[in-house]
Ligand binder design. Structure first.
Ligand code: SF4
Length: 438
């Protein structure tokens, strides 16, 4: 927790069996480096209990050390009673609302024994206004259980904690990690979102399969030696950096290896089963046109039209367009598309394009110093598929330098774009967005 911040906590040990004793890159990182499809490996990405840190964990702890400024009164708390109190109060309650209740409970009932022996009417009175009164009922019941069965001492065993009334896997993991520094990974809404986006996992988080998968990913990423710090860091990261509606991708320390950012799925992850069943989907496609004489963009055989490049009379390279493949497991798998941003409903920038500019500056990490972006709304398109209706909003963005998050091989000349397979919806609009090249 924040109160316990220490410098220099990150250590990556060499793995056994690696004769060079250099840290071997974990599988997830190797996949990223190799530009492999953004699927979460189905098998473990790190051996359980491995001391080698995954890149995600390493960067998260570094961020926590250097940039996590989130303050909350219970951060750094080691008393399991107070941690339990704060977790129960914060269930279905915003931090700002829960704060005064937490302070009142700690003041009125400084120990489990005092809570257990307090008149119930008084405890309910103190809970008044917080709602979900079953939480208060369970709080009293569990305080009495701990006094009766554990001599008033909060158990430090995960299974015993989990067996207490009103305590589920999340709260049991939080108490085990924060109070007793045991290696249990918390998985709450923030954690689902961060892991789903970072690894590009689109398994619905509200499905049984999704819950198990994310629990596994969370456990694999957990720092075995600093579980309390790791758990606090990932929750704070989700609350302040990888936020639901306006994630700060532009300043994100994970930006260059984040799958959602790389594949334009930041706003559509995490997925929920409910969302998948939805009949309407709203996708903004950004046709990114890059005008540049930057030598780093010298066309290569694999992607570009060499004849155009070899025209010595031309002052500049022909414009290039960013194209990526549709992800596996979704409509139009393996076909191509422009940079997509999927939203839950009609995008707010359809009425106010300046909002899209701000979003893109952030997502693409474009520094304001490179000049204001200009965006042109091309058209809106719809397509009725068997189970869903796609609402497409097409924009054109002109760039003078390549956003570093996009690999160079994803930039194509207009002629080459023409040779790629697109879904019908996007194939038609190419004619409007990309000028024909002779
Ligand atoms: S780059 Fe954006 S989506 Fe990815 S982890 Fe960072 S804030 Fe979250």
């Amino acid at each position: 927790m924040a109160g316990n911040k220490k410098k220099g906590i990150i250590q990556t040990k060499g793995k056994a069996g690696n004769p060079t004793n250099l840290p071997q890159k974990p599988r997830a990182e190797r996949a990223l480096a190799a530009g492999l499809p953004q699927k979460m490996p189905s098998k473990s990405i790190a051996p359980a209990g491995s001391s080698a840190m995954l890149p995600f964990t390493e960067r998260l702890l570094q961020w926590h050390n250097e940039d996590n400024h989130r303050l909350m009164p219970w951060k750094g708390e080691k008393d399991p009673y107070k941690i339990w109190l704060s977790e129960i109060i914060l269930q279905q309650t915003r931090v700002e609302q829960g704060l005064s209740y937490y302070e009142k409970f700690v003041r009125h009932y400084p120990s489990i024994a005092q809570l257990a022996s307090a008149p119930e009417d008084q405890v309910f009175k103190d809970w008044e206004g917080l709602g979900y009164y079953s939480r208060c009922k369970n709080l009293i019941f569990t305080a009495k259980t701990i006094v009766k069965d554990y001599k008033g001492i909060f158990p430090d065993n995960y299974d015993q904690i989990l067996s207490l009334k009103g305590i589920g896997p999340y709260t049991a993991a939080a108490i085990s990690a924060f109070a007793f520094n045991k290696p249990y990974a918390v998985v709450d809404g923030n954690v689902f979102r961060v892991l789903s986006r970072f690894y590009g996992v689109d398994t619905p988080i509200d499905s049984t399969k999704g819950k198990q998968l994310f629990q596994k990913i969370a456990a694999e990423n957990l720092s075995q030696t600093k579980p309390a710090i790791y758990n606090q860091a990932i929750m704070d990261f989700g609350a302040t950096q990888c936020k639901p509606a306006a994630p700060l991708c532009g300043s994100c320390p994970m930006g260059d290896i984040c799958q959602a950012k790389r594949t334009g799925r930041v706003m559509s992850l995490p997925k929920k089963e409910k969302t998948l069943q939805k009949k309407n989907r709203y996708i903004s496609w950004i046709v990114m046109e890059l005008q540049s004489a930057d030598p780093v963009l010298k066309p290569n055989k694999a992607t570009l039209d060499n004849k155009a490049h070899l025209n010595k009379k031309a002052d500049r390279h022909p414009p290039l367009y960013y194209i990526q493949k549709r992800p596996a497991g979704d409509i139009w798998e393996n076909l191509h598309e422009f940079y997509p941003i999927e939203t839950e409903s009609v995008p707010e920038w359809s009425l106010k394009p300046s909002l899209l500019i701000r979003m893109l500056e952030n997502l693409l990490s474009i520094a304001p110093s490179s000049g204001p972006l200009s965006i042109e709304a091309i058209c809106t398109v719809t397509q009725q598929l068997t189970h869903q209706k796609i609402h497409g909003y097409i924009y054109k963005l002109c760039l003078t330098s390549r956003p570093s998050i996009f690999p160079i091989n994803n930039w194509y000349s207009a002629k080459k774009v023409n040779d790629l397979a697109f879904p019908k919806l996007l194939k038609n609009l190419q004619i409007e967005a990309i000028p024909k090249q002779k």
